[in-house]
Design a protein around this ligand. Structure first.
Ligand code: KPL
Length: 311
């Protein structure tokens, strides 16, 4: 049986572990251990309990288990590189990696430095944790996998088949860079604004916020043009970034976006992986990005205020 290690036992990590476990050997790797009996609630409301072994990076170093065929990294974007480093001594450097992060920060860096194949995955599967031993698969989505240099198409194809067999519908693609940037563009227009204002996605349609949404999207659209990233076709012929962003806001109106959840839980946010590459790209192309800069600074101030109270 193929072995998959899943580094980062958050909602997507545990959903992945539950889905793969009937077909492969899986181990969840985290900073701390978890109860072996883990519960999954399916989108259809069926409750399942499965044994999912968990290991800490410390245990890996001591126990030296057989290395995996594939290491999935499902941490937040800003933790991916440190997490990989914490397990790297327990892995052959040829081990294929699958990066599940938002944004576009860890992916190019790890692709450049890791000697083995590095796949990137972007998913619309919806999941959230219900404690140390439970995850809810809230909505079915689609996962796209590929590598930034288009050198590992066969591996991406095999992974897409494995994921699909495991119930997480997936497609191997040759334009994963485009897809990661497209998701980042939408996240940049929604996440910082809802996080700063403490509102659900749908509230961005209110007059109080809509102007700032438009201002962010104008900057993002110029950056995307400079990067050569077209908006995904929305199926209605209208492929503008603004139409896409309003569509996602409509479809996720009731969502509490991930950045808002991070702010509420006083955790570091993914602003560096979402706003960072946009601001860096704007600088590189000589484009103005005052709204993106302002949002980045406002979130940084908020994060600093609670990291001071936690220290
Ligand atoms: O992906 C999202 C997130 O919460 O990070 C959006 C698209 C904003 C939906 O909530």
């Amino acid at each position: 049986m193929t072995t998959h290690w899943i580094l980062g036992p958050g909602a997507i990590g545990r959903l992945l572990a539950h889905s793969l476990a009937p077909f492969a050997e899986v181990a969840l790797i985290g900073r701390r251990g978890f109860p072996a009996q883990q519960r999954l609630m399916t989108p259809e409301g069926e409750a399942r309990t499965q044994r999912l072994p968990s290991l800490t990076a410390g245990q890996l170093a001591v126990d030296a288990p057989e290395p995996p065929a594939l290491l999935h990294i499902t941490t937040k974007a800003m933790s991916a590189e440190a997490a990989l480093e914490s397990t790297a001594n327990s892995l052959p450097s040829t081990t294929p990696l699958v990066l599940w992060q938002n944004g576009f920060l860890a992916q190019p860096r790890i692709t450049q430095t890791w000697p083995g194949p590095v796949l990137c995955a972007t998913t619309t599967e919806g999941a959230y944790l219900t404690g140390d031993d439970g995850v809810v698969h809230a909505g079915r989505g689609h996962t796209f996998v590929g590598d930034l240099n288009n050198r590992h198409g066969e591996l991406a194809e095999t992974l897409a088949q494995t994921l699909t067999q495991a119930g997480l519908t997936a497609t191997a693609v040759t334009d994963i860079r485009q897809r990661l940037w497209q998701k980042l563009a939408v996240n940049a227009a929604i996440n910082p604004l809802v996080a700063l204002n403490g509102v659900r996605n749908g509230e961005l349609r209110d007059d109080a916020y809509a102007g700032r949404v438009v201002a962010v999207v104008q900057e993002v659209a110029a950056i995307m043009l400079a990067e050569g990233i077209a908006p995904p076709n929305n199926g209605q012929g209208g492929a503008s970034w603004l139409a896409l962003v309003w569509q996602v806001i409509e479809n996720t109106a009731n969502n509490k976006a991930s950045m808002l959840q991070d702010i509420e839980a006083k955790r570091p946010t993914e602003r560096g992986a979402i706003l960072g590459p946009l601001i860096e790209s704007a600088d590189r192309h000589g484009l103005a990005c005052n709204t993106l800069q302002a949002l980045n600074n406002e979130i940084a101030v908020l994060e600093a205020s609670y990291s001071r109270t936690l220290n």
